[in-house]
Design a protein around this ligand. Sequence first.
Ligand SMILES: [Zn+2]
Length: 280
Amino acid sequence: MQTTFEHAPYTAQRLTDGVWHIEDATRDRPPGLQRDGSFHGPGSVYVLEGTDAVLVVDLGFSYPGHALREIVDRLADGRAIRVALTHNHFDHTGALPQFQDVPIYVPVDDPVPGVAHPIPVRPGDTISWGGLSLQVLDARGHTAGSVLYYEAQRGWLATGDAFGSGYAWLFFLPDVLSVYRETLRRTLDFFRDKPEPLFLCGHRYQQQITPVPGMDPLTPRNPDLGLAYLEDMLTLTERILAGSIQGRPYEALGRTDLLTYTYGRAEIDTYPLGSAPLSI
Ligand SMILES: [Zn+2]
């Protein structure tokens, strides 16, 4: 099979043996600033290949039609399909209507309404299925129930938006930076005696593997996300909590009182310390 193909509105690309990345972008509609002045920020879907099954991690934005399912069916090539969701944001569950015939792993603390065949998963669980074995790790911060899926044999780590894909959005929980600091410490601890995993992040274009027109030039480029990125995230989180780093104004979700902080290869966008969280 080719290693890259388009099936509008998506492009599928084989990242490594057994891992496909699918995003809602094409040559005609690339990530970033468009000719009409709008900004296109695609979401990432991954297909992990087991021996007799495939696991789809996240479902991207909502589009009419069945294009995502058609791509997954093509990659599955007759193998059974299941879906695992990292968290319950709309840009990770959009194609749910195309996958209502298959079991879907849903984090218990990030419930997703309307899933026909949900399998609740909690941190500490292991999903063993179809030749894949994925540990479910607690990564709360971006949302209350965000999880990571880690395939230890192959070194794959699907992160959703838990660590961002170059920058993290920490808007939705009270005292979110303290929660996030614990998630980073726990994750770095978990990987201390393990090889560097392959990060499969929720918005891969934000890593700026190729430069993205219209991205803030101060946002760090992260073509190779790894544990060093999490170390920088932890340092940044600690410095924000200590009040020893200066934020810049940041606008998102209709709010103008937000702040963005950078350190090394990490960026965190959040509400001012002591303020109330936002709802999405
Ligand atoms: Zn999210």
